[in-house]
Design a protein around this ligand. Structure first.
Ligand code: GDP
Length: 210
């Protein structure tokens, strides 16, 4: 991209959260493998970029992975700061990864998340292992309803619903004016030189085209 033209309309910071082994890194790789810049050495977390066009808006998605730190429960405020979207991942074949979302991760999100309107998405991964499933789809739906978040089941292995997870999350963010006003400027200051537009931003929606 040339430096004279804005590269994107919005820059969103999205987080992947959840127990070790649920498939966060695999999901991230699946979603970004066609085009990504790996910036992890400069900022010390695993972090990939994907450009998408959704609802007519050019978006730069910076998707953060925990780089294994979730094992030691050492994610801190800086990981959460400024995120517009959080994907909470569990493994449908391991119940404790589901219960830990309500027992541990949801509390941590509430503690650290700086955007009050931050959009959350619950994702049950590894649905390709149907015969080993121990968490039902209904349990996922009930949790999502109670916690007020979006919900999908997917397989990072077979790619089923992987695009849709990010699609739905991003559409909801675009539909939330407070996130468009504050979040993208905050992130820009921390990491990127590009300057996303700061106003005239609130009406976006419609279908997705990658
Ligand atoms: P993370 O620790 O949450 O980042 O999990 P990883 O992405 O490292 O995945 C942990 C293990 O689960 C790896 O062996 C992956 O290959 C495997 N895995 C990830 N997603 C899926 C999936 O959708 N289906 C199956 N069968 N295995 C998966």
């Amino acid at each position: 991209p040339s430096s004279s033209q804005p590269e994107f309309d919005y820059l969103f910071k999205l987080l992947l959260i959840g127990d070790s082994g649920v498939g966060k890194s695999t999901l991230l790789l699946r979603f970004t493998s066609d085009s990504f810049e790996d910036l992890s050495p400069t900022i010390g977390v695993d972090f990939k970029i994907r450009h998408v066009t959704v609802g007519g808006k050019k978006l730069k998605l910076a998707i953060w992975d925990t780089a294994g730190q979730e094992r030691f429960r050492t994610l801190t405020g800086s990981y959460y700061r400024g995120a517009q979207g959080i994907i909470m991942v569990y493994d449908v074949t391991r119940r404790e990864t589901f219960t830990n979302l309500s027992d541990i991760w949801a509390k941590e999100i509430d503690l650290y998340s700086t955007n009050q309107d931050c959009i959350k998405m619950l994702v049950g991964n590894k649905v390709d292992k149907e015969s080993e499933r121990v968490v039902s789809k209904k349990e996922g739906i009930d949790f999502a309803r109670e916690y007020g978040c979006l919900f999908l089941e997917c397989s990072a292995k077979t790619r089923v619903n992987v695009e849709q997870c990010f699609d739905e999350l991003v559409l909801k963010i675009l539909d939330t004016p407070s996130l468009l006003a504050d979040g993208s400027t905050g992130l820009k200051k921390n990491i990127f030189k590009e300057k996303p537009p700061e106003t005239n931003s609130s009406s976006a929606g419609g279908c997705c085209s990658y």
